[in-house]
Design a protein around this ligand. Structure first.
Ligand SMILES: C[S@@+](CC[C@H](N)C(=O)[O-])C[C@H]1O[C@@H](n2cnc3c(N)ncnc32)[C@H](O)[C@@H]1O
Length: 305
């Protein structure tokens, strides 16, 4: 089975401050790099529940034969209900290692990569929702432009959306290379070291998997699920994700004082978390060994009460 090179492995598990008898949730099992390291730190009474929306990741988790471990096929926007149904009342740590896994990118047939010709799917969970090709068939030009602009941070979102609409009137855009060609023809300047389709593919992937909505829904649930003193660790891979994480953590660490003043001391909003350290990046050595680590950013918080 294809492997995944875990990013910030030691740093993330260190930040969870794993207690041997603690209960942990890995919201993004992938190929279990973080999960295995957490299990290695747990004693006999510890527990780890992992989630992944990708059936291939869930199948890979079958290799972890450990009575302290359970895997669930679920989106992390259902984190609280999934964890509770798996018997977790309160967690001592929740980890998110966001984005796609190496197998998702490398197994060409998943349709995530513009380097391999394959049906344009891009769903992390191919058993649910609409594929990228299906969406490209029915989206309006304005919807395409907005998604490509907002999720791909692409300057040429307008021309690309127009080119997609023109191309699909001739034939269905059903494969990765078809789309890559349409995009390449519409992108007028080249960014050094980057394929012209990179940003559009990122945008479609984020749209198809509703990645930002998933994250926005999951973070409050993770905080709810944590026991006092529990740790939240989030690794993100692009600025759109990190912005959501950063704002959420800042809001919970320094809640806004309502405009209506004066307030009694008991009415002052109390912080629910404290931030642990600064946002951390992978070391130069890790980035040299694994280019995917270049954009990784890890944020850590501890629940106060
Ligand atoms: C970067 S990989 C995780 C790698 C993992 N930490 C490891 O060491 O092997 C991200 C994983 O999260 C999963 N994922 C992404 N978004 C998800 C969501 N909303 N709900 C559940 N799983 C998700 C993906 O399917 C993928 O397997």
């Amino acid at each position: 089975m294809a492997s995944h090179r875990t990013v910030l492995l030691a740093e993330a598990v260190e930040s969870l401050a794993v207690r041997p008898d603690g209960v942990y949730v890995d919201a993004t099992f992938g190929r279990g790099g973080h999960s295995r390291s957490i299990l290695a730190r747990l004693g006999p009474a510890g527990r780890l529940v992992a989630l992944d929306r990708d059936p291939a990741a869930v199948a890979a988790a079958g290799e972890v034969r450990d009575p302290r471990f359970a895997i669930r096929h679920a989106r992390f926007s259902r984190l609280a209900a999934t964890a509770r149904a798996a018997g977790v009342e309160a967690a001592d740590g929740v980890l998110f290692d966001l984005g796609v896994s190496s197998p998702q990118l490398d197994e060409g047939e998943r349709g995530f990569s513009f380097r391999v010709d394959a049906p344009l799917d891009m769903r992390m969970d191919p058993s649910a929702g609409e594929s990228a090709a299906e969406w490209l068939e029915r989206a309006t030009e304005a919807e395409l432009r907005e998604a490509i602009k907002n999720y791909g941070e692409e300057r040429f979102a307008g021309p690309i959306a127009k080119a997609i609409v023109a191309a699909r009137s001739r034939e269905r855009i059903g494969t990765t290379l078809q789309l890559a060609r349409v995009v390449a023809a519409a992108v007028r300047t080249r960014e050094a070291g980057q394929d012209p389709a990179t940003r559009t593919f990122q945008a479609l992937r984020i749209h198809v998997n509703q990645e930002l909505e998933e994250l926005s829904l999951a973070l409050p649930q993770a905080l709810e699920l944590l026991a006092p003193g529990g740790r939240l660790v989030v690794i993100s891979f692009h600025s759109l994700e990190d912005r959501i994480v950063k704002r959420f953590l800042q809001r919970e660490a320094r809640p806004e004082v309502p405009e209506r003043l004066p307030l009694r001391a008991s009415e002052m909003p109390q912080p629910r978390i404290r931030l642990v350290g600064r946002a951390a990046r992978a070391s130069a050595a890790e980035v040299a060994a694994n280019p995917r680590a270049r954009s990784a950013l890890m944020r850590v918080a501890e629940k106060l009460r």
